[in-house]
Unconditional design. Sequence first.
Length: 236
Amino acid sequence: MHPLIRVICLLLMAGFVATANPLILLLSLGVLTGVYLRASLSIGECWALVRRMRWFFLSILVIYFWFTPGRAFSPALANALWFPSVDGVELGLIRVACLVLIIAAVSALLQSTRREQLFAAIYSLLAWTRYLGFSPERFAVRATLALEATTTVQAMIATTKEQLEPEGKAKTRIANLANAMSGIFTSVYKNAQQAELTAVTLQDAEPLMFWQWLYPLSLLLVYLLLLQWPSLLGVG
């Protein structure tokens, strides 16, 4: 599949998954499962991205569980402020599921697409913005440099985490972590000042076969059908 088609399919999936429609979530899960199996993608890399978002997921669950009014699980828990509502649990889990699916789709794109292909696809997707006064070349170059810098920063963070002492009082560990993050920020700033200017070359986009547009069009039509499915069945 052409890199541009992959990017468009990702944007379509992310947009429709955000609707939190259960049928769309199930379809997206099936599509991603097929992609991971067919392309032999790494579930471990996807899981690593999901784990990095665990505290964000937890905050979403807390907000939905305990700050969403709705039905109680039982009459005895109707006035229990410490117990979440049925609606809160449903909404919280669905929202987390949406984010996990989007992360899985992004991971699939990054694993199956080389960096040069991804930048060429982004450039092709945004080429029309030059008529509005924007520069797609500048955006692609900045994306390139940002990803290259991300690899360096991740290595710094991994090295710093290994040097942190796992034991000690919570207050001491928090202070050490704050000092470590401050040190990483200082190192990144110094490296940016001392770095030499580099040239970034964007390769020509791969030829796009016309029939490949059937992938995003089919995905779009199926998503729209699923959105209208209850009304077509006369439900709701």
